[in-house]
Design a protein around this ligand. Structure first.
Ligand code: GLY
Length: 378
């Protein structure tokens, strides 16, 4: 088996395909907020939707390499539009992390912009304010409908929101943000990650006592199944928590989840939307889970040594290569998505077997890393 060196032609070619395609699609998408591509065109969502950071994040990834000013202007316009929603308590949830990490933190890291720093710190404060001290978890959502009580709900996706808190701790020198991120990650170790490396999507706590009271299948097939994107959130999120804290417990958790993820991949290395589906349930792929997990695997490879590093790097490379070669929509003008066959929410029958903007973002982040760009916005 050949060791991945980061220099292979296909990864350079893939980056070129991404840059060319986004140059084209950015003419129509502009400073909008795409989520899922339906019939070849990205449907635009309000700025308050949780996916609002991924398109500007993708633009920043490309700007970092090409310095294309037209992409910078679009990403900055997206960021300014988020100013409207930061005041809207009811519309924002814990995905503040995704939203402001890939807009304001990205711009601050790339350009040192002071207004972006202020925005990201405000967002970090809102995220920190969702922490339940008694239960040691960050509350996921506000009520989706009148009368819903979800003060005790925490979800695995939040692992990817924690980097905003670590960034705020480092930027201000105030460790409170880090303490919250660590307490939440410790709760995930205790209550979300199962002994076999699979994960729960939703864990429900009593918001008064902090006791765990149950689990919910959420976007997975069932409470005891294994939603693949949730597994990817855990894998990458734990690797990032290790990167920010140096904690061996997070590194070991990332490895455990990685082993479960890799062991359950089909032959083309791109996961089905849930790893534990009964025969009679359609096994659509979720390319976004593959793309996110690949980024986690590449980071993990850099956090360990020797044969382990080669195993994780090879697994991440295999996923990205398959996404490029078998799932990429490079030749057609009739599709705005970069990679096909994502599944957003099978239980609610939403956005099934379509390109998803977070799949595109993580695919581009992973390919950029293979080409030598190691600085992360997370
Ligand atoms: N954070 C929601 C999702 O992964 O679809």
């Amino acid at each position: 088996m050949t060791e991945w060196t980061g220099q292979a032609d296909w990864a350079r070619e893939a980056w070129g395909s991404i840059v060319n395609k986004v140059a084209r699609t950015s003419k129509r998408i502009g400073d909008g907020f795409p989520h899922a591509s339906v019939n070849g065109q990205y449907k635009l969502e309000p700025a308050s939707w949780w996916t609002a950071g991924f398109w500007p994040g993708l633009l920043w990834l490309i700007y970092r390499d090409t310095k294309d000013e037209s992409l910078r202007l679009l990403a900055e316009s997206c960021e300014r539009q988020l100013d409207q929603v930061i005041m809207d308590y009811y519309k924002l949830d814990h995905d503040i992390g995704f939203m402001w990490t890939l807009t304001s933190v990205a711009r601050y890291k790339l350009l040192g912009a002071d207004d972006s720093k202020r925005r990201a710190l405000l967002a970090a404060n809102l995220l920190a304010a969702r922490f339940n001290v008694q239960g040691g978890y960050i509350r996921a959502w506000n009520p989706w409908r009148e009368g819903e009580r979800n003060e005790g709900w925490a979800i695995i996706d939040c692992m990817m929101n924690l980097p905003l808190l670590h960034w705020a701790a480092k930027t201000t020198g105030d460790p409170r943000y880090k303490h919250i991120a660590v307490r939440h990650a410790d709760t995930v170790l205790e209550h979300f990650i199962r002994p076999d490396g699979s994960v729960n999507h939703i864990v429900i706590f009593d918001p008064e006592t902090g006791e765990k009271v149950g689990v919910n299948g959420g976007q997975g097939y069932a409470p005891e199944s294994a939603w693949s994107r949730g597994t990817a959130w855990a894998l990458y999120g734990m690797s990032l928590s290790h990167m920010h804290t140096g904690s061996e417990a997070y590194l070991n958790a990332a490895k455990r989840v990685a082993h479960f993820f890799i062991a359950n991949l089909p032959e083309d290395h791109v996961p089905h939307w849930d790893f534990r589906l009964p025969e009679d349930v359609p096994a659509y792929r979720d390319s976004s889970a593959g793309a996110c997990a690949a980024c986690g695997l590449l980071l993990l490879a850099d956090q360990v040594g020797g044969r382990e590093a080669a195993l994780y790097r090879r697994a991440g490379e295999n996923i990205l290569h398959s996404l490029y070669a078998n799932y990429g929509a490079w030749e057609t003008e009739a599709e705005e998505g970069l990679i096909l066959h994502g599944t957003s929410h099978f239980p609610e029958q939403k956005n099934i077997d379509v390109p998803l903007i977070y799949g595109d973002y993580y695919f581009a982040e992973g390919i950029a890393r293979l080409n030598g760009s190691r600085e992360l916005f997370w």
